[in-house]
Each structure stands twice: as structure tokens, then as C-alpha cells.
Design a protein. Structure first.
Length: 83
């Protein structure tokens, strides 16, 4: 996994009965650069899904990840995936 990218946490959507994720979240402090995205695509291919709002960087007040946004909606439930 390239630096500052993490695996997404699936969130269960009760209305569809499926697990969903918003793409690979960025956990770096500053905004992503084209080189950061290129490094991710080099590992996972060009079709890798990226969580857009997380690309702002954790220092941005509007930073969020899909699982944080989905947990605020009534149809979704945060789940813990056992390893």
C-alpha cells in the first residue's frame, strides 16, 4: 500500500442489503498530489476507486471518509470486519 493510503472500511447498507465503500481513503495531512494518485494506481490499476472528499487532507475542516459520512445516514451501519 502506498504511503498515506489506507484500505476502506465497508459499511452495511440496510436498504440494499449490501456492503459498500467509497473508495480508497487518503489519510495524509495535506491534499493529494498527482504523484500520490499515480502511486495508488500503480499498485491497484487505473480503475481503483478513490474517496474524493478524503483527498483534501486531514488538516482540512471538510475532510471526511465514506464510512464517516455513511455512519450519519439512517440506512447505513458501521461494521467491524473480523480478520
Amino acid at each position: 500500500m502506498p504511503k498515506n493510503w489506507v484500505a476502506p472500511r465497508p459499511v452495511f447498507n440496510y436498504s440494499t442489503g449490501r456492503y459498500e465503500y467509497g473508495g480508497m481513503p487518503w489519510v495524509g495531512k495535506k491534499r493529494t498530489t498527482p504523484a500520490d494518485k499515480k502511486a495508488l494506481k500503480a499498485v491497484f490499476g487505473n480503475k481503483v476507486k478513490i474517496d474524493g472528499p478524503s483527498t483534501r487532507g486531514t488538516l482540512d475542516p471538510k475532510y471526511s471518509t465514506f464510512d464517516e459520512r455513511a455512519s450519519k445516514k439512517k440506512d447505513y451501519k458501521q461494521t467491524v470486519v473480523a480478520k
